[in-house]
Each structure stands twice: as C-alpha cells, then as structure tokens.
Design a protein around this ligand. Structure first.
Ligand code: NAP
Length: 340
C-alpha cells in the first residue's frame, strides 16, 4: 500500500480515538508501580549507557595500532632522528628506542651533561651515531638554531618533545615565565615543525614528526592554565598540520600528536616545585614513547598511549566545562601555588 493510500485511510476519528487510548494508558495509575518505573529507567538510561561503553571499548581496541615492524619502520623513514628534550624522561626514551631500531640520533636540550650521558649510553649499547645540539627553546631563535645545526643531515624523524609546565595561579606567574613557557611549548614547536616539514618534503621519501602535547589539552584547567592552554595549541596545530600534509602530499610527511596523561618523569616534580611526586601505576616514559611511534607508523593523527587516559578523555568530552573547571581547580589548588 502506498503512503498516500495509508494517509487517506487515516480518518480524523481514528486518530482521535488512538490519541484518547494513548492518553488513558499514560494516565493509568497502575502503570506507575515501582517495578515499572525501575524497568523504564533501566531501559532508557542503563542499557544505552552500557551499549555506549561497549562501543567505546571496541572502538579503542580496533583503532589502537599493533606493534610496528621496526625493520620496515627504519627502511621507510631512514636517515637520522632528531629528538628535542632528549636529556630526560619521554625524550630520552624516544632517543633510546629509535637508536635501538638503527636510527642515528640528534639529541637536543639545554643540559649538556645529561645529553652526554644519553649519547654515551646509546652509542655503546646500539652502535649508532649521535650528535648533541645544545639549544634553549624558550628563546626566540632556539628552533632556527637547531634546524641550522643539522642542515647537513638527512632528518627522517623529528620528535618535537621538549616542554615544561607550571602549576599555580596565573596572577602569581612571572610575566617572563609565561612568555618563555609559550615560546617553548607553542612557538618553538610550531617553528621547528614548519622548518622540518619543508626540508622533509624535499626528501622524496616518507618522513615523520611527533609533537608531544598532553591530555591536559582537553579542557581549561585552572591552576595550570598557561601550560594546558599551550598544550591545547600544540594539539590543534599538530592535528591540522597533519591533515594538511596527508591531504596535500599523501605519504610524504606523517605527523602524530602525542597526548599522554600523567607519566612517571621528573616533569611533575619540576612543575609543582616538588609538591607532586610520581605515583605507582603511572605510565612509564618508555611505554609512552613506544606507543607514539606505533601510532606514527600506523599513520594515526592522535595518540593517547594509555587506555585509562583514553577512556578519561572520552568522559571529559561529555562533562560540562563548569565541572571540569571546578574539579581541576580543586585538584591542582595546592600544587606549586605561591599564594592562597
Ligand atoms: N610527564 C608527564 O606527566 C607529561 C604529561 C603530558 C605531557 N608531557 C609532555 O611530555 C614532554 C616531555 O616531558 P617529560 O615528562 O619527559 O619531562 P622531563 O623529563 O622534564 O623532560 C623535559 C625535556 O624538555 C627539555 N626542556 C625543558 N625546557 C627546555 C627548553 N627551554 N629548551 C630546550 N629543552 C627544554 C628538558 O631538557 P633540559 O632541561 O636539559 O633543557 C627535558 O629534556 C613535555 O612536552 C611535556 O609537556 C608530560
């Protein structure tokens, strides 16, 4: 029967009687028993929530890349790897993993003694070459200096990882400190990416860039406002540039944005002036670096390395900003703050 026929057969009286019987059913007091209400709540809230949780878990399992083939990875990208912030934490693990897979590595940061220690360990253990480049990325010319220092090398992978944070009220921060923090986490990162995207495009073979952002980029976070806002810049900048590169010149420069949650390095200790220490059960820097390389090899734009952090990011996207503001304000209230 066509839709027009069905419509013609529906008389006004049949619609009225249908409406009346529906109204009677809704008003029936027997309907509002405890059991009925409970089962309605169960069906309308719990069941969709369970389906959503199941879909989120399945989505995570399906989208998480497996371990990269290290030999193929080296053959694909070739050349040298350059790691910023290689003197400690996630950066030094990036450098060690890449060296263990056959890459020569440029190590850069400010602390020469720590870079030398990483360099010695890598050369002795994996027999690859290293080059140390001392540079302060909180200075205007830091990124250009690094790019110039390696102009004679074929850089196939750039790990844009150097970063620092600060916990406390914005009003307590030195103006110069805010400028340095933004220069380090945003401007130098963006300039270094731009310079290397252009040199990498001339290689005529695939190249890779990882930008270390943070799970803190997911919302406005009081008492660590400048740092998390800077990381929000890193995430948006990295994601958009990644899309430009994969869309305009497919297969040439891959960019992955790494968004780790709390990771056991000296980061939190420094950022909170020693108030916050690493907790048991935190992700390790080696796991974070390894996962980021798996995501890069799989051509994924965003990488949240830890499952718990991934699920937390999903929950965060449903929570109103007012709640995020309040809970992070309370959580970080005492860390590194200079005044009450
Ligand atoms: N650990 C976490 O919980 C966590 C969570 C989310 C995101 N992250 C991000 O992960 C990245 C690595 O941090 P991490 O956890 O490995 O901490 P980390 O051990 O403190 O490492 C930070 C690295 O950045 C370098 N660096 C800091 N300021 C610099 C500057 N002005 N110029 C050049 N290099 C500088 C440091 O070297 P020098 O001091 O020798 O210069 C060090 O090598 C950062 O971008 C951080 O924001 C960390």
């Amino acid at each position: 029967m066509s839709l027009t026929k069905i419509f013609n057969n529906l008389s006004l009286s049949s619609l009225t009687s249908f409406g009346r019987s529906l109204f009677n059913k809704i008003c029936d007091p027997n309907l509002y028993t405890k059991e009925n209400i409970l089962s309605t709540v169960l069906h309308s809230l719990v069941v969709p929530s369970l389906i959503f949780i199941l879909c989120t878990v399945v989505r995570r399992k399906l989208s998480k890349p497996g371990k990269r083939d290290a030999k193929y990875f080296k053959q694909t990208y070739g050349g040298w790897a350059l790691v910023t912030g290689a003197s400690s934490g996630i950066g030094s693990d990036f450098a060690k993993i890449l060296a263990s897979e056959g890459f020569n590595v440029v190590l850069t940061a400010r602390t020469e003694s720590s870079l030398k220690a990483v360099s010695e360990e890598i050369e002795n253990e994996y027999g690859v070459e290293t080059r140390i480049v001392l540079a302060d990325l909180s200075k205007k010319d830091g990124a250009r200096e690094i790019h110039d220092e390696v102009s004679d090398l074929d850089i196939g992978i750039l790990i844009n990882n150097a970063g620092a944070g600060w916990f406390g009220r914005v009003r307590d921060e030195d103006v110069e400190h805010i400028e340095n923090l933004i220069q380090l986490n945003c401007t130098s990162m963006a300039v270094l990416t731009q310079l290397f995207v252009n040199s990498m495009r001339k290689r005529n073979r695939p190249s890779g860039i990882i930008i270390t952002s943070s799970l803190g980029s997911y919302g406005p976070m009081p008492n660590t406002a400048t740092y998390t806002a800077a990381k929000a810049f890193a995430s948006r900048f990295g994601g958009a540039t990644s899309f430009e590169e994969s869309n305009d010149t497919p297969g040439n420069v891959h960019i992955t944005v790494l968004e780790p949650g709390a990771t056991a390095t000296k980061f939190a200790v420094v950022a909170t002036s020693g108030t916050l220490n690493n907790r048991p059960g935190m992700a390790t820097s080696a796991h974070v670096a390894n996962q980021a390389l798996n995501y890069l090899a799989a051509g994924k734009i965003y990488c949240i390395p830890d499952d718990r952090d991934y699920y937390f990011s999903v929950v965060l996207s449903f929570i109103p900003y007012s709640f995020v503001l309040k809970s992070t304000y309370n959580r970080f209230k005492s860390f590194g703050a200079k005044k009450d």
